[in-house]
Design a protein around this ligand. Sequence first.
Ligand SMILES: Cc1cc2nc3c(=O)[nH]c(=O)nc-3n(C[C@H](O)[C@H](O)[C@H](O)COP(=O)(O)OP(=O)(O)OC[C@H]3O[C@@H](n4cnc5c(N)ncnc54)[C@H](O)[C@@H]3O)c2cc1C
Length: 385
Amino acid sequence: MTLDFDEGDELRALRSAVADLGSRYGQAYFLEQARSGGRTDALWAEAGKAGFLGVNLPEEHGGGGGGMVELSIVLEELGAAGCPLLMMVVSPAICGTVIGRFGTPEQKDRWLPGLADGSTTMGFAITEPDAGSNSHEITTVARRDGDGWVLRGQKVWISGVDQADALLVVGRLADGPTGTLRPALFVVPTDAPGLTASAIPMEIVSPERQFQVFLDDVRLPDDALVGHPDQGIAQLFAGLNPERVMAAAYSLGVARLAMRKATEYARERQVWGTPIGAHQGLAHPLAACQIEIECARLMTQKAAWLIDAGQDAGLAANSAKYAAAEAAVHAVDQAIQTHGGNGLSQEYGVAALLAMSRVSRIAPVSREMILSFVAQHDLRLPRSY
Ligand SMILES: Cc1cc2nc3c(=O)[nH]c(=O)nc-3n(C[C@H](O)[C@H](O)[C@H](O)COP(=O)(O)OP(=O)(O)OC[C@H]3O[C@@H](n4cnc5c(N)ncnc54)[C@H](O)[C@@H]3O)c2cc1C
């Protein structure tokens, strides 16, 4: 008998401590930073100091020694409190995992303590304008230059370049003898000569912004290449399942926030002498949303657990991300409907969640690509592309 759905005292304590921190800042802080062009540095720094950002990283490098179960709890609770920190998906989850598993001892010493306490933030750059979802087609290339590298290419939709000290860039190595291109990961400081970034104007109400990044013959030292040149694919995949679990946690936080707002409003608001939440036209869709959230949360916990147990988590992580994104889209839509006109006002902060909830259907991997993945790998259906 090993199946156990009880999170236990330690994880409950973590949830509660993060929820306390998140509620001290709250959605008002998050939206104010977003609308004034500010950033979430204060919250990020406090979460880092409390050990929340590095809860998944190894203790010997300043982390909490936990895993994705703990880190996804942190992001879910911050989101539920109104502060879904998108950079948690990339900095500790992807970059921390990849460097923690594959980095050289020097790379671990250099990067992990800062990622763990939040004093260093790292972005992740794989998407390119022409390749889009088809990452096999990326064209950012690294070539040898003396005992270092020169990186050239272009990336798009890269989150938090303004917050990041460095980017973990997925490029390709020109393989001398065969001429083929192999994926490889490089740590590129955001102030490296030749790296420029421009913010993409977005309709997402968030202080965490997206950027286009140009790598114009960026010179890098030999040790900018993470791990071993032959392990590029394995390294990349090691980061992708944590990314999907964190995207699910992000969506769960947004969904829970929408549901809290909707149910509080539905209990109070009266237009026919009874709270609007008594009408089944509102109560049933809200209840359905709640069930979707709970199912998505169970799937997220399972995927996080599989990653931490070192087991194959591809299907679970993709399914969790899909389920949580759908739950968030439905919960935010229903929360807006529940608020009537107020649902579209700035005052109630519900419409502010709209684009944010849609992000999860698109990034880091779109709903359609997940469905194709499940169709091929779980249902063994032929692929169309
Ligand atoms: C807010 C935000 C933050 C992001 N942050 C980062 C980041 O930090 N780092 C990073 O590298 N990237 C980031 N991304 C990029 C993100 O991962 C991509 O947007 C995503 O992978 C989709 O790629 P695309 O936008 O090029 O869409 P496309 O690949 O052009 O797809 C467009 C549409 O076509 C569909 N489609 C494509 N191929 C198929 C197919 N074979 N079958 C069916 N449908 C298909 C897609 O599902 C989608 O609906 C971010 C994106 C957003 C919106």
